[in-house]
Structures are given as C-alpha cells and as structure tokens.
Design a protein around this ligand. Structure first.
Ligand SMILES: CC(C)(COP(=O)(O)OP(=O)(O)OC[C@H]1O[C@@H](n2cnc3c(N)ncnc32)[C@H](O)[C@@H]1OP(=O)(O)O)[C@@H](O)C(=O)NCCC(=O)NCCS
Length: 149
C-alpha cells in the first residue's frame, strides 16, 4: 500500500500530542525549536508519527507512535524506516532513543541497547534524557549505515 511521509503541520500537532499523551510519552516540549515530526499515512489515514531532534551526526529518535487500531501490521516498522530515511537526508549517522516499553520493538529493527552515558553530550542534554523520560528507560542506538529496519 502506498504510504506518504509528510512533515507534521500545525493543524496536525494536537492529534500527535493526544496520541503521545494517551501512550504516556512526552508532549511538553513538542513546540520547542529543533524538533521535527512526520506523519506517515496510507489510504486509510494516519498509520503513525515519528520525530527527530538532530544534533549534527547524532539524533534523538522520539515520539514514535502508532494508533492502537493500526498496530501489529508493520506500521511501527514503517514509521521508523520513514524517519530513518529522513535522518539520512539530514546527515545523521546515529540514532539514539529512550524507551520504557518498546525496547524489544526497536531491537527487532536493528537498534542495540547501550549505556545511557555512552550518548554524546548533546543527546544527553536533550529534554528526554534530562528528565522527561523516567530513569528506568532503556537507551538504544542505531548506526544508520548498519541498521536493518
Ligand atoms: C511500539 C509501537 C510503535 C509498535 O507499533 P506496531 O505497528 O505494533 O509495530 P509493528 O507491527 O511494525 O512491529 C514490528 C515488529 O516488532 C514487534 N513488536 C511490536 N511491538 C513490540 C514491543 N512492544 N516489544 C517487542 N516487539 C514488538 C512486532 O511483533 C513485529 O515483529 P516481527 O517483525 O517479528 O513481525 C506501538 O506499539 C506504539 O505506538 N507504542 C506506544 C508508543 C511507544 O512506546 N513508542 C516508543 C517510544 S518512542
């Protein structure tokens, strides 16, 4: 099925915020500078969202979310692939993320568990690392040249 990947519009932002909040993911800093979000859709409508905070060759992958009714059909994988492709065009070489519930999902897509302290300072000082995510969150990294999503 043909998918579109489009930068999130201001009009679409509340829908993303609602979905993130419903999944206990951070929404406080969505409007801060340096965040980019995309909506991925097909003929049935939105199949998911994902975002990046880019810091040179490193970026925080964040706000990956699929609506409940669209899960379990490869849409999460499609969202990560779409955001990853955007990251490559932005010159990103490594993706980092924190997750409390979806480490297994990202590991299936080629991410590797790493020590949180191994992230570069710019990533560690992001709002998510600094406090928006609980301290129990798992840190994962993907080298874009080697990941297999
Ligand atoms: C995590 C999430 C994006 C997965 O979306 P999805 O559309 O159900 O995922 P997919 O169908 O593309 O799954 C891809 C693979 O990962 C597996 N998978 C999905 N969720 C998983 C999880 N939580 N843990 C382990 N594996 C998982 C699937 O079984 C599938 O495996 P396969 O390749 O063997 O078939 C979705 O559950 C979600 O939005 N969760 C809430 C938000 C969240 O936690 N986001 C991550 C933090 S940013």
């Amino acid at each position: 099925m043909t998918r579109s990947v489009t930068p999130l519009t201001n009009a679409e932002r509340p829908a993303l915020a609602r979905l993130l909040a419903a999944n206990s993911l951070p929404t406080d800093d969505l409007d801060e500078p340096g965040r980019r979000f995309w909506r991925v859709a097909d003929a049935r409508g939105t199949l998911g969202y994902g975002g990046l905070e880019v810091h040179g060759a490193d970026a925080l992958l964040r706000s990956v979310v699929v609506p409940d009714e669209r899960r379990g059909a490869g849409n999460g994988r499609a969202v990560v692939a779409a955001v990853r492709a955007q990251a490559v065009t932005l010159g990103v070489e490594r993706l980092w993320l924190l997750t409390t519930d979806a480490a297994g999902f990202f590991e299936r897509l080629g991410f590797q568990r790493v020590e949180r302290m191994s992230a570069p300072p710019a990533i560690q000082s992001s709002a998510q690392f600094a406090g928006l995510c609980p301290g129990t969150a798992v840190c994962l990294r993907a080298d874009l040249a080697r990941a297999t999503a």
